[in-house]
Design a protein around this ligand. Structure first.
Ligand code: SAM
Length: 201
């Protein structure tokens, strides 16, 4: 699955970057949410599924030690060129390339949307492993009343109810701290969950 997702984004990396590769293109409430969440992070942060790296730079601008990981070499090349002070690596959400407990925070901003419900536990287990106890995860995703596949512009994606994704997070060892849903006429409903690694190391 990740090979298919990677090649679909590789083909459209330039187009994606032009359309979405800027934090100023994001909704103001998303910038606010990421800013507030980042303010509570103790330690370094991984932007997991960073795409062209704009949120990674945003986190660095907030004073965090930030690193970006993405499947797609074209995104990583672009991110390295655009934001030379930040480490970016090609990698998978299931293998973030850090020691256990190394991260104080993980941002997964719309990077889990292509995982089928049956495969989402892999990356959630890796996020849990990579976070220090008490570290927090911010997940952005498309919201819907049931878990359901839809035709995303790049490759089909899944929408999740907040309760459904929260249950997966709890099963993976997280405590859900807060959730947000935004419904705007003419747009897909969007949501975010902040969850904390609840257990001892
Ligand atoms: C919708 S884009 C979001 C990119 C970026 N976070 C943003 O907000 O613009 C989804 C991203 O997740 C990445 N991705 C999806 N599955 C992945 C996986 N298994 N491992 C690493 N990255 C993945 C894709 O390559 C793509 O960059």
């Amino acid at each position: 699955m990740s090979g298919t997702v990677g090649s679909a984004y590789s083909r459209r990396a330039a187009e994606y970057t032009d359309l979405f590769g800027s934090v100023s293109a994001a909704h103001p409430s998303d910038r606010q949410l990421v800013t507030t969440w980042a303010g509570g992070i103790d330690g370094s942060v991984i932007d997991a599924g960073c795409g062209p790296g704009h949120w990674t730079q945003f986190l660095a601008d907030l004073g965090l030690s930030a690193r970006g990981v993405d499947l797609v070499p074209e995104f990583i090349e672009r991110a390295r060129a655009e934001y030379p002070g930040i480490p970016f690596e090609v990698g998978d959400l299931e293998e973030l390339g850090c020691e256990p407990g190394a991260a104080g925070g993980i941002l997964s901003w719309y990077s889990l949307i292509h995982h089928e419900p049956g495969s989402i536990r892999g990356p959630l287990a890796e996020f849990h492993r990579a976070l220090r106890p008490g570290g927090t995860l911010l997940v952005g995703f498309f919201e819907g009343p049931v878990v359901e596949r839809f035709d995303h512009a790049v490759i089909p994606a899944q929408r999740w109810p907040v309760a459904g994704l929260s249950a997966e997070l709890v099963a993976a060892g997280f405590e859900v701290i807060e959730s947000h849903v935004r419904k705007t006429v003419g747009e897909r409903p969007q949501a975010a969950i902040i969850a904390r690694r609840a257990d001892a190391a």
